[in-house]
Each structure stands twice: as structure tokens, then as C-alpha cells.
Design a protein around this ligand. Structure first.
Ligand code: DAH
Length: 344
């Protein structure tokens, strides 16, 4: 049976006629398909036929067939390389082609805003501290004067890892950690992630950022707290912004206050304002004079020292500053949103 031998020869012939006609990488691919495609490739069909031969015939033609296959494959690879090189030569030659666009990463808007806050406090002589996101019940609650079962814990519900460990609900526990280690004078801020049991909506997420402030020294009064916060908020929002202190309650401060800033979106003029709900004010932080019990818990004598503290929501203040009505946009990783804050 000479026919397979002939076919092998014809196939070789055919390939050597076609190969020189190929003009580009696509042509090489087409040629490869013509010979190797799974159903109709010329070589594939020869191999199909080969399978039906008797063992002796297989011996006779096997080598030839495999040689042909190798020859064709080698030639195809050569052709492929040739056209690839040509393509890159063309790229180098063509100086009118646009440059390759490099992707630059950039800081997240919350990070940018946090840095701005840090910058203002550092300029007032504060230093920046950090603490763990997984906290003990002691630091998150007890040392801050929330006894077990105290109803004030209800609004700080969180994920518990076990009976003693939880995801911190505020940055306040770091006040305790710092006061255990350092003695007054203390002037620090503590930025970081905090966690609450919240259902996501336009202004709530189960994870968000806070920055805590703490000042402890001899003779510190509420006037220092007011002066510092006023300076800070004006540095952040401009001289014209108004703020107000409202009496409030926190177990770890006495007296306590919440601070609102004037709604810069509607200026109090729009009863349907999406940001302030028409009140004209927006709460951004809690603050107060450090409770003497908290000082006792860290062995600082409240007869000698006094201090103030505050805790500010970074995300919600950033929403306000950037006029973003939806907190979730910060975390959806939509580059069209995030790139608006890129200051490069
Ligand atoms: N930790 C409080 C919260 O998460 C905020 C706060 C209020 C912090 C008063 C303070 C403070 O340091 O003095 O809602």
C-alpha cells in the first residue's frame, strides 16, 4: 500500500508550496490550522489513516509521518518568530505611535482625608498612635467605664471572636493602651478602622474609620477642647464654618458633648437636604473631659491631671467634605469614583 507514502509526500509538497506565501502572523495561524486542525487538518487526517494500518505498515510509515510532522511544526515556529520580530521592529520604528500608558496607583480618598487630619494635628504638636483592631472586652469597654451589662454597650454592638475578644467598636480603647504606657503630658491622635453591627445604608457600614484625640496634662479644661476642635475644623473646612457643642453622654467622659458642623451642602436652607435632613447641622464627633474613673483605671491621679478626648468619624466627615451622599461608594472600588480624588 503505497498510497500513504504518496500522501505523505504530497502533503510535504503542498506545505512547502504554501509556506512561502504566508505574509503575516495571522497567515501562520491559518496555515497551522490547515494542517493541524482537529477534524480536517491534512496531517491530522494522515494520522487518522495511519491508525487503521496493520502493525507492519505502521512500522514502515510511522517514522516518515512523524518526521513530516516535526518538519512542519519547526517551519511554522520559524515563521511565527519571523513575523513577531517584524511586528516589534515596526513598533520601534514608528515614532508616531502613542506611548504605552502606565497605570499609577493612588491613595484611597479616605486615606487622603486621614492624612489631611493627621497633618493638622501634627502641626499642633500631636503625635499619631495606633492600636489593635481585635480588642479585649477590657480595653473596648470596661476600662472605658462601661461595666458588663451596662445599657450603653447596646449601641456599640459588634462581632465577638469569643467571650473576651471582639472587633473594636471605636478607637477609644487605644486611649487606655497609651495611658498605661505613657504618663502625661499626652497629646495624641489615633486613626484606625472600627466595627459595628450595622446594616449597610447610605450613611452606615459595619466597618468605618475613626480618629480619636486625647490630651492629658495639668490644668487642661473644656476651653482647650473647644479651642482645639474649632481650630481643627476650620483648618479642614475653612474659616467660615460654624460648629456647635451639644450636651451628650459617654461613659468615659464627664461632661460629654457631641459636635455638629453647619451643613455645607444646604447651609440649613433645604428642608429636604439629603445630608443634614433639613436641620442645617451634621454631627461629626463625640467628645468630653476624661472621666476621673478612666484615669484611675490607668493609674493617673485625677486630682493632679485632667484631660479631654474626642472621637471623629473619618468617613462621614469625608462624605461631607467631598459632598458624597453615599458612604458605600468609598468601598465599591469603582475606579471612576476613586480616580476623582487622585491628586497626581
Ligand atoms: N468612642 C465614641 C464613639 O465611637 C466617640 C467618642 C466620644 C470618643 C467621646 C471620645 C470621646 O474620645 O471623648 O461613638
Amino acid at each position: 500500500m503505497n498510497s500513504l507514502k504518496e500522501k505523505i509526500e504530497r502533503c510535504r509538497q503542498f506545505f512547502s508550496e504554501l509556506a512561502p506565501q504566508v505574509k503575516d502572523a495571522q497567515g501562520v495561524e491559518e496555515l497551522r490550522q490547515q494542517f493541524f486542525s482537529r477534524k480536517k487538518g491534512h496531517l491530522t487526517l494522515l494520522f487518522e489513516e495511519f491508525k487503521t494500518l496493520s502493525p507492519e505498515e505502521k512500522k514502515a510509515y510511522g517514522r516518515e509521518l512523524n518526521e513530516l510532522k516535526a518538519e512542519i511544526q519547526n517551519r511554522l515556529t520559524e515563521l511565527e518568530q519571523k513575523f513577531q520580530e517584524k511586528a516589534s521592529e515596526r513598533l520601534i520604528d514608528d515614532l508616531t505611535l502613542p506611548g504605552r500608558k502606565l497605570y499609577w496607583g493612588a491613595a484611597h480618598p479616605i486615606t487622603l482625608f486621614q492624612r489631611e487630619i493627621e497633618r493638622i494635628f501634627i502641626s499642633m504638636g500631636f503625635s499619631v498612635e495606633e492600636g489593635p483592631e481585635i480588642e479585649t472586652d477590657y480595653y473596648n469597654f470596661e476600662a472605658l467605664n462601661f461595666p458588663p451589662h451596662h445599657p450603653a454597650r447596646d449601641s456599640w454592638d459588634t462581632l465577638y471572636i469569643n467571650d473576651k475578644l471582639l472587633l473594636r467598636t471605636h478607637t477609644s480603647p487605644v486611649q487606655i493602651r497609651v495611658m498605661e504606657k505613657k504618663k502625661p503630658p499626652i497629646r495624641i491622635i489615633i486613626p484606625g478602622k472600627v466595627f459595628r453591627r450595622e446594616t449597610p445604608d447610605p450613611t452606615h457600614l459595619p466597618m468605618f474609620y475613626q480618629v480619636e484625640g486625647l490630651v492629658v496634662d495639668r490644668g487642661i479644661t473644656f476651653a482647650h477642647l473647644k479651642g482645639t476642635l474649632e481650630y481643627f475644623i476650620k483648618a479642614l473646612f475653612g474659616e467660615k464654618i460654624r460648629l456647635r457643642f451639644r450636651p451628650s453622654f459617654f461613659p468615659f467622659t464627664e461632661p460629654s458633648a457631641e459636635v455638629d458642623i453647619e451643613c455645607i451642602v444646604c447651609g440649613g436652607q433645604d428642608p429636604a437636604c439629603r445630608v443634614c435632613g433639613g436641620s442645617g447641622w451634621k454631627e461629626i464627633l463625640g467628645a468630653g473631659m476624661v472621666d476621673p474613673q478612666v484615669f484611675k483605671n490607668v493609674s493617673i491621679d485625677p486630682e493632679i491631671y485632667s484631660g479631654w478626648a474626642f472621637g471623629l468619624g473619618i468617613d462621614r466627615t469625608a462624605m461631607f467634605a467631598f459632598q458624597i451622599p453615599e458612604i458605600r461608594q468609598f468601598y465599591e472600588n469603582d475606579l471612576r469614583f476613586l480616580r476623582q480624588f487622585n491628586r497626581r
